[in-house]
Write a protein of this length. Structure first.
Length: 235
């Protein structure tokens, strides 16, 4: 299967990689629904990552994000991030909010679910600021004075950024191979990018720890760790 995947990738002129939590899991970044210090088991995800949860208990939300940010800040890019960054011809679309592709050396990453390394105004004034993942900030007001700052990520019940989504759709419509890495393809609308690429004639190569909803649409599926399989596929 690896050889079949290599032939598809080597013949491609335009490759887009669509990645998810399985890309960063080998770096020790918990998948979104894994417990981070037991948080998911103690708290309903809707209370930690939704506008309603933020309204009800902003301290809880920001404490959870501080824990998650510290985990990401202390993690390092793994061989999968590094080989993707080394392949400058590959367009990066990711569901991950971490900065590991950027730290591995990618110039630009289309982050459809936002960027955990920034805070923005919850009042939509447009203010946004970078934060230090290794020293995450707590609650504080936006300079506009009308609302607090919050992580620049897409929460449950929130719409994706239309400009970012348009870039993601373009990247998946214009490739001849879509690499689907470390995602179960179960979160919509992001997972719809795979069918979009297929409709535009792309071959689909899936790399994931287990069979998933992406399996049925894959031309080739490689089961295993992205940190081991991607260097073998792309080097
Ligand atoms: Zn503001």
């Amino acid at each position: 299967m690896l050889e079949a995947a290599r032939q598809i990738v080597d013949a491609a002129e335009r490759i887009t990689c669509f990645s998810g939590a399985g890309l960063s899991a080998p770096s020790g970044v918990g998948t979104f629904r894994d417990p981070v210090g037991g948080w998911w088991t103690k708290h309903d995800p809707m209370r930690l990552a939704s506008p309603q949860g933020f309204a009800e208990d902003p301290d809880l939300v920001m404490d959870w994000y501080a824990a998650r940010r510290s985990q990401i800040g202390s993690a390092d890019p793994n061989p999968a991030h590094r080989i993707l960054a080394a392949r400058e011809d590959i367009v990066q679309v990711t569901q991950n909010t971490d900065d590991l592709l950027l730290r591995a050396g990618c110039d630009s990453v289309i982050q459809v679910h936002g960027d955990i390394a920034a805070d923005r105004c919850h009042g939509e004034c447009g203010h946004i600021e970078r934060i230090d993942l290794t020293d995450p900030p707590g609650r504080r007001p936006c300079p506009c004075g009308r609302a607090e700052l919050r992580p620049d990520v897409v929460w449950f019940g929130e719409a994706l950024d239309p400009d970012v989504w348009q870039q993601a759709e373009a990247a998946c419509s214009n490739c001849d191979v879509l690499l689907v890495v470390g995602t179960d393809a179960s979160v919509y609308p992001a997972a719809g990018l795979i069918t979009l690429a297929r409709h535009h004639g792309a071959r689909i190569v899936v790399v994931n720890m287990n069979p998933s909803q992406a399996s049925g649409i894959a031309d080739v599926e490689l089961i295993g760790s992205a940190a081991e399989l991607l260097p073998a596929l792309l080097a």
